[in-house]
Design a protein around this ligand. Structure first.
Ligand SMILES: C[S@@+](CC[C@H](N)C(=O)[O-])C[C@H]1O[C@@H](n2cnc3c(N)ncnc32)[C@H](O)[C@@H]1O
Length: 277
């Protein structure tokens, strides 16, 4: 008997745990995902079923096992300049508009939040755009925050060290040369870019009290894992972190249709974005 096979009663327990703790909706067809991602944890945790694993996570006070399960079950797929268009939009419309409004300021301020930053590629792509637009950072107050529910993803993001495979996805040779330095056989994001970014742990469904009001929020490729109710909760939380006129960028396959949220859909050269009413 394969001990890593998930039976339907155990699958229901896992599904409930995952939705309760990170909002991600797994349906019955996702047994392969549970088996491949949580199966290896069973022997390590000394349990023989998925229901026992979840029970152990509920009982454990430190929350360590809960985080381990979340780290394993979340899909952290991301890459530099994913979908291109949002970064063109940022460079040619959003940032010029934000800076123009502060034309009289000695030190214009730009605050951008990547609300499901995964392993950091989205955050560093935004930082590269800022660098390419501004030349240097001395005359601006720039703050990019990356948040995610996965501690493992955040650790990778904070290290800012990437290997050949990650670098080959979305990054041009010119950008690699300009914004990274080689470290052994990896590449680290340049110090000036790292200096304007910060990563924090955050469950987007638990409230966003610790996040300051932003100019732009990137919330891409996370809402599609949530139920309709949790999507509503997510975008209501996000709306609280933007002033009137603030910008929201969502994933290319996502939409706010059917949500009761204060955003107006806009387009710039075919790039869709949302503006806070
Ligand atoms: C597919 S990645 C998207 C990364 C990046 N935004 C992009 O578009 O390339 C989705 C990320 O959402 C995170 N996530 C899932 N549920 C979350 C929640 N409730 N709160 C915060 N982050 C969450 C996952 O850990 C994962 O890193």
């Amino acid at each position: 008997m394969n001990v890593n096979k998930v039976h339907s009663t155990d699958l229901a327990v896992v599904i409930e745990f995952v939705e309760k703790n990170c909002g991600i909706v797994l349906d019955d067809s996702k047994s392969y995902l549970v088996e491949s991602r949580l199966g290896p944890i069973l022997p390590i945790e000394g349990v023989s079923s998925y229901a026992q694993l979840i029970d152990k996570a509920y009982r454990e006070r430190s929350g360590k096992l809960k985080h381990k399960i979340i780290d394993s079950i979340t899909t952290n797929e991301t890459y530099f300049f994913r979908d291109h268009k949002p970064f063109e939009l940022l460079a040619h419309k959003l940032l010029p508009d934000i800076l123009e409004k502060q034309m009289d300021s000695n030190r214009p301020c730009v605050k951008i939040w990547s609300a499901a930053s995964s392993t950091g590629q989205e955050v560093y792509s935004i930082a590269m755009i800022l660098k390419e637009l501004l030349g240097n950072f001395y005359n601006h107050d720039l703050r990019i925050i990356g948040t995610d529910i996965s501690h493992a993803a955040l650790e990778i993001a904070s290290r800012a060290l990437y290997g050949r495979v990650e670098l080959s996805r979305g990054l041009t040779g010119a950008r690699l040369k300009r914004h990274f330095v080689p470290v052994d056989n990896l590449w680290r994001v340049n110090e000036d870019l790292r200096g304007i970014v910060a990563f924090h742990h955050l469950n987007l469904l638990s409230g966003t009290a610790t996040i300051p009001v932003q100019d732009v929020i990137f919330c891409r490729n996370v809402a599609f894992y949530f139920s309709k109710e949790n999507k509503q909760r997510l975008f209501s939380n996000i709306a609280q972190k933007l002033p009137a006129g603030g910008y929201l960028v969502i994933g290319s396959t996502e939409s706010l249709v059917g949500m009761d949220v204060p955003f107006e859909k806009k387009q710039f050269h075919g790039n869709i974005y949302y503006q806070r009413l």
